[in-house]
Design a protein around this ligand. Structure first.
Ligand SMILES: [Zn+2]
Ligand SMILES: [Zn+2]
Length: 238
């Protein structure tokens, strides 16, 4: 979010960032600071001047134009940030409750929601009681959707060979692949659909391998690149 990020910049370097993203109230179309209008339901509230944190925020729905002061916005974001920060890093349910609670408050790409989803997509598939093979189809879909939400944002903010993109694409391949095989085995999808889904899996693995193999050997990311390569070999033999 612009406010938080620029507050940090300001603390450290005593200047206001003037980059294209900070000057753009939609933050390059990601809406990562936007909140949903409590008055008209459907309008988005954006800063009237992202370079001035005291400036008011305004509903973009012209018929509504509901105003929130900069001070109230800072207070809201700060309070919710503390709440998010207090959730234990392994607490799947805690993050889910958090997202549900603020589903109608923040834009789905708000950085506080993205932060919770980022924790969650890593927990689904890895933590106790949530190992990837134990996940239900619904839980796999949830992990898939969180990965896709974050990938959409990262594609706008850090396109190209960013490490985060590589990690998310690797994380995304697993739920897509497992759903595809399970649905095929149970006869819920046909051969064509299976092939289409596997083509996406291959694309995700190839790109994540390409990105992550540039990381230092022995790092988690490099290990993911190796795992991506192994998975590609296995799929190639099917
Ligand atoms: Zn900036
Ligand atoms: Zn409104």
């Amino acid at each position: 979010g612009t406010l938080k990020r620029r507050e940090h910049l300001q603390e450290g370097k005593f200047f206001w960032c003037q980059c294209k993203r900070c000057c753009d109230p939609t933050e390059l179309g990601t809406y990562s600071s936007a909140i949903q209008c409590p008055k008209c339901r459907g309008g988005l509230i954006l800063s009237t001047d992202p370079l001035d944190q005291n400036s008011p925020w305004k509903c973009q729905n012209g018929n509504c134009a509901y105003i929130v002061t900069g001070k109230s916005m800072l207070l809201l974001v700060d309070t919710v940030f503390k709440e998010l920060d207090s959730i234990h890093c392994n607490d799947v349910n805690g993050f889910e409750v958090f997202l549900e609670k603020y589903r109608n408050v923040f834009h789905k790409n708000h950085y506080l929601c993205i932060c919770a989803k980022h924790s969650l997509f890593q927990l689904y598939g890895r933590s106790e009681n949530f190992m990837i093979q134990e996940l239900t189809i619904d839980q796999l879909r949830v992990k898939e959707n969180y990965c896709r939400d974050i990938l959409d944002v990262v594609n706008l903010l850090e396109p190209g060979l960013s490490k985060l993109r590589g990690v998310i694409m690797y994380e995304l391949h697993a739920p897509v692949m497992i759903q595809a095989t399970r649905l095929y085995e149970s006869g819920e999808i046909k051969n064509n659909d299976l092939k289409k889904r596997l083509r996406e899996v291959i694309k995700l693995l190839r790109e994540s391998e390409e990105i992550l193999k540039m990381e230092p050997e022995g790092s988690n990311e490099y290990t993911m690149a190796v795992a991506a390569g192994d998975a590609l070999n296995r799929i190639g033999k099917v």
